[in-house]
Design a binder for this molecule. Structure first.
Ligand SMILES: *Cc1c(COP(=O)(O)O)cnc(C)c1O
Ligand SMILES: [Zn+2]
Length: 428
């Protein structure tokens, strides 16, 4: 049904239209292609009822997704918790703070949203092989969803990736190929591979227009979970910039189809978060420039380590248009933020989540994210994926023989004091 309201692929640059096939760039100007919808027709439907009757997954929003299928390729991704974070808000000097906990997705990252859409479309187009260039989480998600769909998967990743990410992809049965190069080199190789292997569906290359749409569901869920109200400010990590760009598009669409309460158009401020060791979008924002200059990544936030982000320019535009900012944080700051988030809210984020929370802290301190705003931060991936960066923070505070005396001597009194003062301190 929703297919009828998806009209074409449209070039973001020159506006030429293309059929709804596996095409990754405009033949005319090489601009990226984007899915176009007939919003008037969609808005005329009883959307809130359709959505409320839908599954508790991203597919409840099928009216605004680029492919409809009674049995999509999925593992139940999406509809993750939106939790009020009062303790973290107090630490950061903020008022109403919410966390979108995408660590709860089936393979532990927000990539399950985009992959479910991409592979559902790929299957519909007749592809039998699912592939991707990945900074890690995409590889794991592609491998899991391909397994679910009975497809073969091939994933290309930079070598030296976190062990958990390659391990997941391998165990789910993907052919995992580590490339001696950074993500940007892996991506370039995949663009060449698309030309050689026309029967392979590269989620983020020839299926990118469909893949990207999956990130809109973050905006849809946030609004629905807030009672069909848009937040004032959302803080989003930036790798390729696709997630941020499509969250902005998602809030726009909610306004267009009349899903928001009252007559508020979304008007959501969107801010981006990058790691200092790979911050081409933050640098362009700071320079006041439209040109996102490629960099060579050097950061422990591997899932965001894209030096030449495909949607960096569009992410920058979305941020500027909305009145947000792009902040960058050091590896030390992101590690600190992983601990702060875990200790205050019980959510264990990977390095990308640390980047987002650390950037939120800086933006709050600078008064860019304001105390009077309803703020949502996206926690995009699970901490078990990146435990190797934690060092001593992930170790026991003491190792003792199995006796009462030894336990009491090592930690007993300190722990009681800690509970009494409610201080959040490590015991060492
Ligand atoms: C891929 C990824 C991102 C960045 O998303 P982009 O669409 O590439 O900007 C953020 N967080 C995590 C955990 C990711 O895996
Ligand atoms: Zn074009």
């Amino acid at each position: 049904m929703a297919d009828a309201t998806v009209t074409a692929l449209v070039c973001r640059e020159c506006g030429r239209t293309y059929p709804l096939e596996a095409l990754h760039a405009c033949d005319w100007c090489f601009g990226p292609l984007e899915v176009a919808y007939e919003y008037e027709a969609i808005g005329a439907r009883p959307l809130r009822e359709e959505i409320a009757a839908g599954p508790r997954t991203i597919w409840r929003y099928r009216a605004l997704l680029p492919v409809d299928d009674a049995q999509p390729v999925e593992l139940g991704g999406g509809w993750t918790p939106l939790v009020r974070a009062e303790r973290l808000a107090a630490e950061l000097g903020l008022g109403e703070l919410w966390l979108k906990d995408d660590t709860a997705n089936p393979t532990g990252s927000f990539k399950d949203r985009v992959v479910s859409v991409a592979l559902t479309k790929a299957r519909q187009l007749g592809f039998k092989v699912a592939a991707c260039a990945s900074t890690g989480n995409l590889a794991a998600s592609i491998a899991a969803h391909a397994a679910r769909a009975g497809m073969v998967s091939v994933v290309l990743v930079p070598k030296d990736l976190e062990r958990a990410k390659t391990a997941m992809a391998a165990v789910y049965g993907a052919t995992v190929v580590a490339v001696d190069g950074d993500y940007d080199e892996v991506n370039r190789l995949c663009i060449e591979l698309v030309a050689e292997h026309e029967s392979w569906a590269f989620a983020n290359v020839n299926l990118r227009a469909y893949y990207a749409e999956g990130s809109k569901t973050l905006a849809f869920e946030i609004a629905e979970q807030l009672g069909w109200r848009a937040p004032d400010h959302v803080v989003v990590p930036i790798g390729s910039g696709s997630q941020l760009t499509k969250i902005a598009k998602g809030f726009d669409e909610l306004g267009k189809v009349g899903l928001l309460t009252g007559d508020e158009s979304a008007g959501v401020r969107i801010s981006g978060a990058q790691a200092e060791g790979c911050s081409p979008v933050a640098a362009a924002f700071e320079r006041g420039s439209d040109a996102v200059r490629p960099v060579r990544p050097s950061t422990i936030a591997r899932s965001l380590a894209i030096g030449n982000p495909a949607d960096g320019y569009y992410a920058l535009q979305s941020v500027r248009r909305s009145g947000g900012a792009v902040e960058s944080v050091s590896d030390a700051e992101l590690l600190e933020a992983i601990g702060l988030l875990a200790r205050t809210e019980g959510i264990f984020a990977e390095t990308a989540g640390g980047v987002t929370i650390a950037a939120l802290a800086k933006l709050a301190a600078a008064g860019v994210v304001r105390r009077d705003e309803r703020v949502v931060a996206i926690v995009s991936g699970h901490g078990l994926k990146t435990v190797e960066v934690l060092g001593a923070a992930a170790e026991p505070c003491a190792t003792v023989p199995p006796t009462l005396e030894a336990f009491e001597a090592a930690v007993g009194e300190g722990l009681t004091e800690r509970a009494a003062t409610e201080e959040v301190l490590a015991c060492r």
